[in-house]
Write a protein that binds this ligand. Structure first.
Ligand code: SF4
Ligand code: SF4
Length: 357
């Protein structure tokens, strides 16, 4: 049976009241109410935008969803996880400050923020999956602890996966640091000696005692290292380096398997909103102001991450007259993640679209 994807045209230059009404109409038309019950913790996964990013989903778009969930007696919260690299989102404290700076206050959205993988991105739950590459994945603890989830995704091009869509939002965006590393990196970290000051902080944090000092420089024993990434986060001198050379198709498959693990315990209680507005070449992790590549299209809602990402790619092609990847990263094929998602049971590309008025 074809998966249902609901679509409503929308643009960022519309007044806020109109956007709010459209989000509510999608919620109701897609029967998303059935996913949630009173007293449940509902994670609203989003991306608060990197410092300098201005094209993320605006903070003032969230209050209708929060209100809907509160009216059901549920307990919604906004969430995201720490990133691997040096950034204003690499720990929970900086991340919360940045979210507030971008307008994600409780007064604006109606919901508090809980960073799902804790202070340093290491609060994780191991989830067993039947993937082709992994039989277990490491997911942010509070994402697993939530009873249900609404995944709100700003659709963009992407430098490694071809599309920043719903699958990426939950696969990479809800993985713990270890989970992210397993997607990005096929080798263990090493120390860039000239940058190492010998401060010794990484030795204190390494859970496996895999780091020792050789004179004034830290050294990693790759036989002991489990690739958890603690050293990458705590080093203030950018002296821990990773090999990020995983191929796009390999990364997409790893990411899709983490997406499966992220919603494994609430597959019928997870729904997706894809925002086809401010469609930029790169995702909201880039710390620069970006110019959209095309006109706004609208908002999609569905219960299937594969179907909603396929519908997003098709809508972009129809409206722009060319594919998302041809406008951003032509050498990448974003269908790799969708086909892999079908193979491992994450969802289906066979969808039908219903336009909501
Ligand atoms: S935390 Fe960084 S600078 Fe300090 S010893 Fe470890 S690698 Fe060197
Ligand atoms: S990745 Fe984790 S286990 Fe490996 S050296 Fe760094 S802190 Fe230790």
């Amino acid at each position: 049976m074809k998966k249902k994807v609901f679509f409503i045209p929308a643009a960022t230059n519309e007044n806020l009241e109109s956007i709010h009404q459209k989000i509510i109409r999608l919620f109701e038309k897609a029967n998303l109410e059935n996913c949630f019950e009173a007293e449940e913790f509902i994670a609203i996964k989003t991306h608060f935008g990197e410092e300098g990013n201005t094209t993320h989903i605006p903070a003032n778009y969230f209050s209708p969803l929060v209100e809907k969930l509160k009216n059901l007696g549920a307990k919604p919260f906004l969430t995201d996880t720490c990133v691997l690299y040096a950034s204003e989102r690499s720990d929970a404290v900086k991340h919360l400050h940045l979210a507030e700076k971008h307008g994600f206050t409780i007064e604006q959205t109606g919901a508090p923020i809980v960073i799902a993988d804790g202070l340093r991105g290491s609060n994780e739950t191991t989830v067993k999956i039947s993937g082709e590459l992994f039989n277990e994945v490491s997911i942010a603890t509070e994402a697993i602890a939530a009873n249900a989830m609404i995944v709100t995704t700003h659709v963009t091009g992407h430098i490694t996966s071809g599309i920043g869509g719903a699958i990426k939002n939950i696969g990479m965006g809800l993985a713990s640091r270890k989970g992210k590393l397993r997607q990005h990196s096929s080798v263990k970290p090493s120390i860039n000696s000239p940058k190492c000051t010998g401060c010794g902080l990484c030795l204190l944090w390494c859970p496996e005692d895999a780091i020792t000092m050789n004179g004034d420089v830290a050294v990693i024993n790759s036989k002991k290292c489990i690739g958890c990434g603690e050293c990458l986060t705590v080093c203030r001198f950018d002296a821990v380096q990773y090999n990020w050379q995983t191929s796009s198709s390999d990364l997409q498959k790893r990411m899709t398997e983490h997406a499966l693990g992220a919603i494994m315990n609430k597959k019928d209680k997870t729904c997706f909103f894809n925002f086809l507005i401010n469609i930029t070449k790169d995702c909201d992790c880039f710390n620069v102001k970006q110019t959209p590549m095309m006109n706004d299209i609208g908002i999609l809602a569905a219960k299937d991450p594969v179907a909603i990402d396929k519908a997003s790619l098709d809508l972009v092609r129809r409206h722009a007259g060319k594919s998302l990847e041809s406008m951003s990263y032509p050498s990448l094929d974003p269908l790799v993640q969708l086909k892999h998602g079908e193979r491992i049971g994450l969802g289906s590309m066979d969808y039908e679209i219903e336009v909501v008025d």
